[in-house]
Design a protein around this ligand. Structure first.
Ligand code: HEC
Length: 157
């Protein structure tokens, strides 16, 4: 049982990202995510007018998340995003991760330096004291110094 997204941050997708998975994910995205994240994943879906705005999924801070973290967000919810576990199989959720990755493959937006600026969507930051090591600052400053493996976060172990 996934309680929080940090629990599964290091998990690797069991689904081959062969295009087919992203295709299934796209269909599921249209049903489960569009209301908040918008039809192209750029945020600003209808529901976002009434609750904390859902971020552009191409934002650099989200591009830097591990697959497992995105899977965990869908499964257990985020700070403002509800858990969408219900009605979505494990496979469905990994297909959604594949689709998010496909969206991001078109190019990520924002810059690490701009994180926390006006372009930073509420709540999508990595700088929330989670100390998860996925933040660009953590990875950058530790690489090559004291803890070389701290920079490899996603696939450590
Ligand atoms: C009810 C509105 C809502 C729905 C539905 C929703 N989201 Fe979100 N999502 C949010 C909000 C708000 C945030 C930013 C705050 C947070 O992390 O909770 C977010 C954040 C995210 C993040 C970034 C997490 C991070 O911190 O890096 C990802 C990835 C994501 N959503 C994917 C999805 C996917 C995939 C779906 C569909 C399965 C989905 N969301 C459905 C509102 C929503």
């Amino acid at each position: 049982m996934v309680e929080t997204r940090e629990d599964v941050e290091d998990m690797l997708s069991p689904v081959a990202n062969d295009g087919h998975s992203a295709e299934r994910g796209a269909a599921l995205f249209g049903i489960h995510c569009v209301a908040c994240h918008g039809s192209d994943g750029r945020g600003g879906g209808k529901v976002s007018e009434k609750m904390p705005p859902a971020p552009d999924l191409r934002h650099i801070s989200i591009c830097r998340r591990t697959d497992g973290f995105i899977y965990g967000t869908i499964t257990a919810g985020g700070r403002a995003m509800p858990s969408l576990r219900e009605g979505l199989s494990t496979r469905d959720r990994w297909d959604l991760v594949s689709f998010v990755r496909e969206l991001q493959s078109a190019g990520c937006e924002g810059s690490a330096a701009g994180m926390g600026s006006a372009t930073e969507p509420d709540g999508a930051g990595t700088d929330t004291g989670e100390a998860d090591g996925t933040g660009p600052d953590t990875a950058g400053s530790e690489a090559g110094t004291v803890a070389p493996d701290a920079a490899t976060t996603g696939d450590a172990q």
